[in-house]
Write a protein that binds this ligand. Structure first.
Ligand SMILES: NC(=O)c1ccc[n+]([C@@H]2O[C@H](COP(=O)([O-])OP(=O)(O)OC[C@H]3O[C@@H](n4cnc5c(N)ncnc54)[C@H](OP(=O)(O)O)[C@@H]3O)[C@@H](O)[C@H]2O)c1
Length: 278
């Protein structure tokens, strides 16, 4: 299959978790508002991927965007992270589960390829297991068949990434992790990514760091920049190489998050925020 035309990785991803029957309307609003990256998962427990597809279809109908303007990212989730609404036969081999989950995602999203396909999380909390190796190879086959442009892993530790790198010839293009300020904003994993040119995607930048958002340092940087604390955190994230996700359900917050992309923080403010809590 010929390679897909390159579609750039956007500088913000709109996350679709926990939106249930508001998913379609919020995805349409996000795309119409200017988001070009959408993050979802074929995990009905937390995401409504069918609703994402409906929202995209509605956005296409308005003519604001077409499929090729967007960066669509979805995930393969092991059975242990799912509820009873599985997108695959749990008795099938893992490689078949990956193929079935991908086929279901493409159907739900109304497309014949996604831009990024993530392993939602390794099978174990500690190691990169044989199951993960099988799934990773199956994901590579999906990519080679043209059903995703890029691959990634999520909810992964530095040790697991190192194991992955020792077992496989191909590293992920993306790592998507919850980003705790008290862990230096996932400093070790970010360093691993930086050294190997992987793109680090950070989620829960606001919700995992509520104390930081209230910190006087953030308040003072926000006041000097005429910005909100949330805009400061997202701008900080970009300054240290984090591709941020936002999952707001609020139109004004969507607007503020997008407008904040123009905010460039002074280098000393970036350094102070990086070591604020860990
Ligand atoms: N890989 C994984 O395992 C994983 C896990 C969790 C999340 N994710 C992805 O990451 C996405 C984002 O999730 P998240 O955990 O970062 O948090 P989130 O679900 O986006 O929650 C953000 C919270 O902060 C509030 N908020 C206040 N001001 C905001 C602002 N200016 N911008 C954005 N939110 C603001 C939001 O309220 P309002 O709605 O009122 O704005 C919301 O309650 C998810 O939708 C999902 O796609 C991935």
């Amino acid at each position: 299959m010929p390679p897909r035309p390159p579609s750039p990785v956007p500088d913000f991803l709109y996350g679709t978790a926990w939106k249930e029957d508001r998913t379609a309307a919020l995805v349409e609003l996000a795309v119409r508002g200017g988001f070009r990256g959408i993050d979802t998962a074929n995990q009905r427990r937390h995401y409504f991927e069918e609703g994402v597809g409906e929202g995209l279809a509605a956005a296409y109908r308005t003519g604001v965007v077409s499929r090729h303007d967007l960066f669509l990212q979805t995930k393969f989730t092991y059975e242990r992270g799912q509820d009873h609404r599985l997108p695959y036969d749990p008795a099938a081999a893992l490689s078949v589960q990956v193929a079935q989950s991908m086929a279901s995602s493409l159907d739900l999203l109304g497309t014949d390829y996604v831009d990024s396909y993530l392993l939602h999380g390794p099978a174990s909390n500690h190691d990169w297991t044989d199951d993960d190796a099988q799934v990773w190879e199956a994901m590579r086959r999906e990519r080679d068949a043209g059903r995703t442009r890029l691959l990634g892993v999520s909810n992964i530790s530095l040790g697991q990434l190192q194991e992955l790198a020792s077992v496989h010839t191909e590293l992920p293009a993306f790592v998507q992790n919850r980003c705790y300020a008290r862990l230096g904003w996932d400093r070790e994993v970010r360093q691993f990514c930086r050294e190997r040119n992987l793109i680090y995607q950070g989620f829960s930048l606001l919700t995992a760091n509520k104390g930081v958002l209230r910190d006087p340092l953030i308040a003072s940087i926000a006041a000097s920049a005429n910005a909100t604390p949330a805009q400061v955190v997202f701008s900080f994230a970009r300054a240290v190489g984090i591709l941020p996700l936002t999952g707001t359900s609020d139109a004004a917050h969507m607007r503020a998050d997008l407008d904040g992309r123009d905010l460039a923080l002074p280098p000393e403010a970036v350094d102070e925020i990086e070591s604020l809590a860990g």
